[in-house]
Design a protein around this ligand. Structure first.
Ligand code: ZZB
Length: 260
């Protein structure tokens, strides 16, 4: 599985994370939460960054000034893909549990929300897939749409500010069958009420992938008006060229799927 690793820069840690990380990072260090995505062309629509609240993340040293936050499993994989300076080595400077990261302010590349977006909890994040960090695009990902709706509805329960889950969801891709809001359309059509409706969400995801890729037209960004099929590799290449992303492959047979 060939992902794009999106570098989501930490602008401001939560107090909890700050306390846990005190003294572990050099002054001026940049930490990036790395999200693995199959849809780089949707990055304009990022509205938050998901972590699994009970997942343990490591902060791994790439250089004196650059650190990546992801699961240990992902860091190990990266160490064999020339992402770290020494083959097979992925020096960990700190660990932090997802829950402590909730509320952290981050900068998501290409997102229309240029002042930053928040780290929010997603119970269905798999520790065994990608980097364990998931960038949220509620316009085109049914899982993300269902999760942000639930977070906004139960903000207090989740211990977040409601407005963090209610950032504007821009329209970024048009499709003939589902319009400009593919995820919202499919969540309603398949009567999905909760992020836990795993079966319907899996179906919605398949439909959204197919329609978006083969029929989608970009509504914004440098490739506005172009077909998604054509724009996808161009957006990916631009993100990689600007240093905001890198190629990240998931070894065969390592990918696990949701069981709930
Ligand atoms: C942004 C995005 C925008 C995504 C979209 C999808 C869509 P798949 O197809 O099952 O391989 N993801 C990545 N890692 C995890 C994880 N550890 N746990 C849960 N979800 C994860 O899934 C790949 C997609 O699942 C990734 O691409 C990521 O969300 C999420 F408009 O990134 B995506 C129709 C889907 N649209």
């Amino acid at each position: 599985q060939e992902y794009t690793g999106i570098k989501i820069k930490v602008l401001e840690w939560t107090e909890t994370a700050q306390a846990e990380l005190a003294g572990k990072l050099p002054v001026g260090a940049n930490v990036y939460m790395v999200a693995a995505t199959l849809r780089p062309e949707t990055m304009y629509g990022q509205t938050c960054c998901f972590v699994g609240p009970t997942i343990t993340y490591g902060i791994y040293k790439i250089s004196e000034t650059e650190y990546y936050l992801c699961t240990e499993r992902a860091a190990r994989n990266m160490a064999y893909q020339k992402i770290f300076p020494k083959e097979g080595e992925f020096p960990c400077v700190a660990t932090v549990v997802g829950k402590s990261l909730v509320g952290t302010l981050v900068k998501a590349p290409l997102s229309i929300h240029t002042d930053g977006v928040r780290v929010l909890p997603m119970e269905t994040v798999l520790a065994t897939k990608g980097t364990g960090v998931v960038t949220s695009v509620p316009s085109d990902s049914p899982d993300d749409y269902a999760t942000v709706s639930d977070l906004a509805k139960k903000a207090e329960y989740y211990g977040i500010k409601k407005e963090w889950a209610e950032l504007e969801i821009p329209e970024i891709i048009q499709t003939p069958s589902y319009g400009n809001k593919t995820a919202e359309f499919l969540v309603k059509k398949l009567k999905i009420n909760s992020p836990k409706d795993a079966k319907q969400l899996a179906e919605a995801k398949e439909l959204a992938y197919k329609e978006g890729f083969y029929q989608g037209i970009m509504l914004m960004g440098d490739f506005k008006g172009e077909k998604v099929e054509v724009a996808k590799p161009k957006v990916r290449a631009a993100l990689i060229a600007s240093g905001e992303a890198f190629a990240y492959a998931e070894p065969e047979g390592q990918v696990t799927s949701r069981s709930n």
